[in-house]
Ligand binder design. Structure first.
Ligand SMILES: Cc1cc2nc3c(=O)[nH]c(=O)nc-3n(C[C@H](O)[C@H](O)[C@H](O)COP(=O)(O)OP(=O)(O)OC[C@H]3O[C@@H](n4cnc5c(N)ncnc54)[C@H](O)[C@@H]3O)c2cc1C
Length: 464
């Protein structure tokens, strides 16, 4: 490809202790935790509102924040506070009140205990309120396009927005872009896709439908308990007679708080790379055409959906998987299935490995991957990139294998990882050390004191 050298003097913003890039679940956790622990924090987000996939992606419900068996709430701290505040404004149901197999869980049983249905508008406002109360400085409508480095340090990021180009310097940067954009631009090593062929999980554009007859949808599911995915029989029938085809084995639909309104997680675009703008464009166009096809299929063939209407589509296609930045520890499937203990555990989760096939109609949960432990641990070292000293990772771009990431990528663990990264960045500032050198027992103590849960091993520590 031809290239062009471009030299320009850029304005440099006021430095902050911590710069969080991306305001999805992990960015919110990171920014709030860092600010509450005394750091000056700037949160940069490309959209004009906060929330990432919680809002822009229309993704929901939040998958389980409980153990796999649904008995113990594992993700607490900022996530729980966020949910309770949405509940207070009528914008969520607390996960302790939802059960697997129910409409809120999309009739799924495995891994679907204690999900959190929520309203994306409530998420936007609660996120904004919490950031303002914590003193987080927001910079919206701003895309981070590059990173400036000196040896192993990120000295600042290059942003583009309506004001033009600029540089934002910070002592510590937390990459919560989902795609590891900052880490990659700063030269950190990363992996893309599964071992063998490098293929990534498909993209999906969420949309919402209204005027659904909730009782009729439920009656169909009750009458077909053997179908692994909702409406699987009808999808297969339509596939066989050629009237509808999509690389899916059923319809993934989740009831929202509004009667007659469901979120649909069913478009599927295979073979694309979410770090490539051309592929993202193809994904958006293809998925939007799939929405039209799905609406036709719903009205023609699905009980309870004959009169349904399209309410909205997400502001962006959802990208399940891109860069997994190489960190000090690579979290593996074995570690999740065995429930391995780590000395530097900073979060626990119970959501199983959820892979939508990168190449075909399967998934999730029909790929023979063994169940994860009832409670598994995430170590701090998976948030610490191997190649950079003052950057932390959080959320979807942390150091994990394709399989392990497919479990920890969901929104509650992303909040928990963000909270840990934020506390770690503030602790590094307090102690005058690099994030990779923070006192881990002190990090764990602070997390526990602030309401996080790190598993049964840490229960007595939490009481001290
Ligand atoms: C189709 C799909 C279905 C899913 N289903 C569920 C589900 O039902 N329940 C669940 O709990 N999880 C689900 N997930 C997983 C979950 O949504 C994500 O893995 C999770 O949101 C990751 O959080 P994050 O903060 O790392 O990233 P994100 O939520 O993606 O947030 C990243 C933020 O960074 C911003 N950003 C990115 N790059 C830049 C940049 N260069 N400059 C400035 N800003 C930037 C984005 O705008 C965004 O706000 C699903 C994901 C997808 C894609």
């Amino acid at each position: 490809m031809p290239s062009h050298t471009y030299t320009r003097q850029l304005p440099v913003g006021e430095p902050t202790d911590v710069l969080v890039v991306g305001s999805g679940p992990s960015g919110l956790g990171a920014a709030l935790a860092a600010a509450r622990n005394g750091a000056s924090v700037r949160l940069v987000e490309r959209f004009g509102f906060l929330g990432g996939n919680l809002t822009a992606g229309l993704v929901g419900p939040c998958m389980t924040s409980f153990s796999l068996d649904g008995t113990v709430q594992l993700v607490r701290g900022i996530f729980d506070e966020f949910v309770r505040r949405m509940v207070r404004v009528g914008g969520a149901v607390h996960p302790s009140e939802t059960r697997s197999g129910s409409p809120y869980s999309g009739f799924m049983v495995y891994g679907h205990e204690a999900v959190t249905p929520f309203d994306p508008e409530a998420a936007k406002m609660v996120a904004l309120d919490m950031c303002e109360e914590a003193g987080v400085e927001l910079l919206l409508h701003t895309f981070v396009a590059d990173a400036l480095t000196e040896e192993r340090r990120v000295t600042g990021v290059v942003v583009g927005n309506k004001s033009g180009l600029g540089v934002l310097p910070a002592t510590t940067v937390i990459d919560c872009t989902g795609d590891g954009d900052v880490a990659a631009r700063a030269g950190a090593g990363f992996d893309l896709g599964r071992d063998g062929d490098g293929r990534m999980q498909p993209m999906t554009l969420f949309f919402r439908v209204g005027d659904v007859d909730d009782d009729a949808v439920r009656a169909y599911q009750d009458a077909h308990p053997d179908e692994r995915f909702p409406f699987q029989g009808l999808v297969e029938e339509a596939g066989a007679d050629g009237s509808f085809t999509l690389p899916r084995r059923g319809i993934q639909l989740f009831k929202t708080l509004e009667p007659g309104v469901w979120r649909i997680n069913t478009t599927r675009v295979l073979g694309l790379d979410g770090t490539d703008a051309g592929d993202l464009t193809t994904g958006e166009i293809t998925a939007r055409r799939q929405v039209v096809e799905l609406m036709r299929f719903f009205r023609d063939r699905l009980p309870g959906m004959r009169n349904c209407k399209l309410l909205d589509t997400a502001a962006t296609i959802g990208v399940r998987e891109t860069r997994r930045v190489r960190g000090e520890h690579l979290l593996t499937l074995d570690e999740l299935t065995s429930g391995r203990s780590f000395e530097d555990t900073i979060a626990v989760a119970g959501y199983p490995v959820d892979i939508h096939s990168p190449t075909g109609p399967n998934g999730p949960f029909d790929d023979g991957i063994p169940p994860t432990a009832n409670i598994y641990e995430i170590p701090y070292r998976s948030l610490v990139p191997r190649d950079l000293d003052n950057l932390l990772l959080s959320g979807r771009c942390v150091s994990a294998t394709h399989e392990a990431l497919a479990a920890i990528r969901v929104m509650p663990p992303s909040f928990a990882m963000g909270e840990a990264a934020g506390v770690a960045a503030a602790l590094a500032r307090r102690d005058g050390v690099l994030p990779r050198a923070v006192d881990v027992p002190e990090l764990q103590r602070l997390l526990l004191a602030q309401g996080a849960y790190l598993g049964p091993r840490f229960e007595s520590a939490a009481l001290r």
